[in-house]
Design a protein around this ligand. Structure first.
Ligand code: TLP
Length: 342
């Protein structure tokens, strides 16, 4: 099987497993796991923040950050196709008690003018706009990069209107490698940042959130309240450290593979694929004609290719460190044949 469902499907290789086996550990609920502490320090430094916290998943990272920034009844400005709004089981409402104020972006990117329009006037009968969430790269839009200039403009607006900024940087690594803009240059505009170790970087589990010391103190308490306090998780943090040290620069390779995949598939009949969205390791395409995503996926699976549905007529392929360029080309050709045969 050529598995392009997500960059989360990778398995730790022998060297990563060795790093995990050799990790020094302690009870992290007592703050005594040296490897967790090291990972947190490293990520805080990379993101230019005072402190960081290891969390089990990107979802928990985003949820903790949104919860710390808001009060029930507040409004969170986010992109209409964002992960926090669409793929986190409604937990923005469930946990933070906040409501989303979605903005329809262009390829996942919205502008400061749109933020200005979406912001509520200060009136007791209106929700209070409190937080802006930016997703970089944007998953559903096809791994698109949020331009730094627009982030700057939005952050300036946020600062002058007492709004907080959160970055869902599950794949910020990809944005940084693709643009050459450092993680720090992106993250300095945000009050909180969440990055995932278990996507393109290839660790088996884990995300890290970062912010000011005071913010992370609150996040720490909330992680415990959610049952996310973990014990000898240095073995997992070691995988994260290994992933950052060895698998970051190579993301460029995944971007080349996604581009190749898109080039082959784009020529097929019955598909709409906006090549401008193919900026990192994700390819999102829409099926034209009668077939549904599920029907096509079944046919592809029978030929040994796995993709995921992102809507009734929307498919996604993600490249990662466990697929070769050759496999990606083979998969793309099979997708193309199946589309042409529809
Ligand atoms: N995304 C997963 C699925 O949930 C769709 C994937 O396969 O891409 N932010 C972004 C932008 C994400 O893409 C994801 C995961 C998360 C947050 C949540 O991370 P986890 O899965 O660790 O909770």
């Amino acid at each position: 099987m050529i598995d392009l469902r997500s960059d989360t499907v990778t398995r730790p290789d022998a060297a990563m497993r060795r790093a995990m086996a050799e990790a020094e550990v302690g009870d992290d609920v007592f703050g005594e796991d040296p490897t967790v502490n090291l990972l947190q320090m490293k990520v805080a430094e990379l993101l230019g923040k005072e402190a960081a916290l290891f969390v089990p998943s990107g979802t928990m990272g985003n949820q903790i950050c949104m919860n710390v920034h808001t009060e029930p009844g507040d409004e969170i400005i986010c992109e209409a196709g964002s992960h926090v709004l669409n793929f986190e089981s409604g937990s923005m409402a469930f946990l933070a008690g906040a409501q989303p104020r979605p903005i329809i972006g262009r390829r996942g990117v919205f502008t400061v003018e749109q933020v200005r329009e979406a912001m509520r006037a200060p009136a007791y009968y209106l929700p209070r706009t409190r937080l802006i969430v930016i997703e970089n790269t944007h998953n559903l839009a096809g791994g698109t990069i949020f331009p730094l200039d627009e982030i700057r403009r939005i952050a300036d607006f946020a600062r002058s209107h007492d709004l907080r900024m959160h970055l869902d940087g599950a794949r910020l690594w990809n944005a940084s490698v693709a643009t050459g803009i450092s993680l720090n240059e992106y993250s300095r505009h945000f009050d909180s940042v969440s990055v995932c170790l278990s996507k393109g970087l290839g660790a088996p589990v884990g995300s890290v959130i970062a912010g000011s010391k005071e913010f992370i103190q609150k996040a720490h308490r909330l992680r415990k309240q959610l049952g996310g306090g973990m014990r000898q998780v240095g073995i997992l943090a070691a995988a994260g450290i290994y992933a950052i040290e060895h698998n970051l620069a190579r993301l460029e390779e995944d971007h080349r593979k996604a581009r190749r995949f898109a080039e082959i598939v784009a020529g097929a009949r019955g598909i709409r694929l906006d090549m401008e969205t193919v900026q990192t390791n994700i390819v999102v395409m829409d099926i034209e004609g009668k077939a549904t995503a599920l029907e096509l996926l079944e046919r592809l699976a029978a030929k040994g290719v796995l993709l995921v549905p992102m809507g009734a007529k929307k498919l996604r392929a993600v490249t990662h460190l466990d697929v070769s360029m050759q496999e990606v080309e083979t998969a793309a050709q099979i997708v193309r044949q199946e589309l042409d045969a529809l």
